[in-house]
Write a protein that binds this ligand. Structure first.
Ligand code: ZN
Length: 149
């Protein structure tokens, strides 16, 4: 089964494709990504810097299963912004339960619920999350912080 960023190679091995250059990402230790974070040294990451900005993704705890697609610094910033806009809907304000909030988001973005994870989104989709979430929060009477860009 393909999840867009991960596929099964020969012998059932996990193969992670780089969305920036299309080549196969390397699996590396946390020491390569965060040399100063000893606590992360044993974690697994997928990395590619094949003619483009360094892009990587971490793995689910104690596995070599990637959390999403590889992201460069710009996409990581956009994903943080998407979470910062979207998470308050279910976390702080509790307007919806978390699962309902993701279902709502998938409908707003017209993305299958199964593929509706911020970790899988590209920069354009992350920006749509921010816009959609901010519109919703405004409609609900929430004072949003000043926009910045
Ligand atoms: Zn690459």
């Amino acid at each position: 089964m393909s999840k867009g960023y991960r596929r099964e190679g020969p012998n059932g091995a996990i193969v992670v494709d780089c969305p920036y250059c299309g080549s196969r990402a390397k699996r590396v230790g946390g020491d390569v990504i965060y040399p100063h974070r000893r606590d992360l040294a044993k974690k697994h990451f997928y990395l590619c810097e094949n003619g483009h900005d360094r892009a990587y993704v971490g793995c689910h705890p104690r596995t070599i299963i990637p959390l999403g697609r590889l992201a460069d610094a710009k996409l990581r910033a956009d994903k943080s912004a998407a979470h910062a806009a979207f998470d308050p809907i279910w976390r702080e304000h509790k307007f919806m339960k978390r699962t309902d909030a993701y279902k709502w988001l998938s409908e707003q973005l017209n993305i299958d619920r199964e593929h509706c994870h911020i970790g899988m989104f590209d920069r354009v989709t992350c920006r749509r999350v921010v816009e959609t979430a901010n519109n919703y929060l405004e409609d609900m009477g929430v004072d949003l912080p000043e926009a910045f860009d």
